[in-house]
Design a protein around this ligand. Sequence first.
Ligand SMILES: NC(=O)c1ccc[n+]([C@@H]2O[C@H](COP(=O)([O-])OP(=O)(O)OC[C@H]3O[C@@H](n4cnc5c(N)ncnc54)[C@H](O)[C@@H]3O)[C@@H](O)[C@H]2O)c1
Length: 348
Amino acid sequence: MSARLRIGLIGAGAIGAFHARILAESADAELAAICDVDVTRGRDLAARFGGAAFSDAAAMFADLPLDGVIIASPETVHAEHARLAAAAGVPMLIEKPLAPDLAGIAEIRATAKAAGVPVMAGHVERFEIGAAQLKAAVAEGICGRVVTIAARRQFVAADTPRFKGLSTTLRILGVHDFDLVAWIHPVPVVEIYAAAGRGRIFEETGLDDHVMTTIRFADGAIGLVESGWTLPASYGVFATPASWSPAGNNRLDVFGSAGMVSNDMSLRGQQLIAIDEAAGFRAAGLRHQPVLNGRVTGALAEEVAAFLRLIRDGGEPIVGLDDAERAVRLTVAAEASLASGLPVRLDG
Ligand SMILES: NC(=O)c1ccc[n+]([C@@H]2O[C@H](COP(=O)([O-])OP(=O)(O)OC[C@H]3O[C@@H](n4cnc5c(N)ncnc54)[C@H](O)[C@@H]3O)[C@@H](O)[C@H]2O)c1
């Protein structure tokens, strides 16, 4: 293994571009290759951050010795890319959701296990300080017996057309919170019921505008996961300050018999806002990939650092296949409920 870990990236899109920059800025890694079926996109990203550009993942693994790969392609092709990584013996960090369905998770698990290659799941919220501190507080018993856990994730719909025909609102947004809710309250889920509001976003992209999912746990606690694109564009589409990326309207609350814990990243709880006469109001997203002293920091950089440590030191991934499978199981059940209009029973 070289001094710097040689990492490949598959998928040079919205999140892949941040992974590329984080790898390029890391003292522990070298961005060795970028693969994207969109040749121009892959080449452009490689020109900015380094690495050889490929349009075919099999060719990338055949041509280059890699110490790890970040798979940031759409989830419909994650299993295919995981199979190639496993065959090449390359540890992988796979963006959420790991797969669109449980068959995809099983395929990733089988190929990785047969090759003895570690898989880390890119559930970025596990590396967000507020979510992690909330989890620790609940685990310490601050809330007493958990009664309600509610998660809201709402963004503007500016970038949703790229998911048309490829994904769903619950796979893009909901899966983050299904993972968080089940991680914070690790009790079997026995029932899920989801309902969607459909409007302009649905007409334009086929994605549900806003989905409300209720979750019933085996111990009687209830959860609510809210996933929507229903923030007005003026909230999160802005050009200045150029270094800011937009915030969402996100919130995670746990209420119990003895207390509550709340991680408020909502409209009224934004830490950094700006208002000027030219562009009005905007709020900065400081959690996932803010730039500090010229480098991307925050939860996504923490996630990549954890992946690099996993490659170098071994051990168990901070978020592994079992957690990724649980999140996908809840997502699939919520989608089945949306399709039928009925609650879906789970066996826990
Ligand atoms: N962790 C997060 O917060 C976060 C944020 C955004 C996206 N994601 C996840 O990351 C994945 C990608 O999302 P995105 O928003 O970057 O999408 P995107 O559409 O912006 O980028 C996907 C890229 O993959 C490329 N691609 C498609 N098929 C390919 C193939 N077979 N081989 C190589 N490249 C291929 C596309 O050309 C595109 O450039 C999704 O699973 C999404 O849910 C996670």
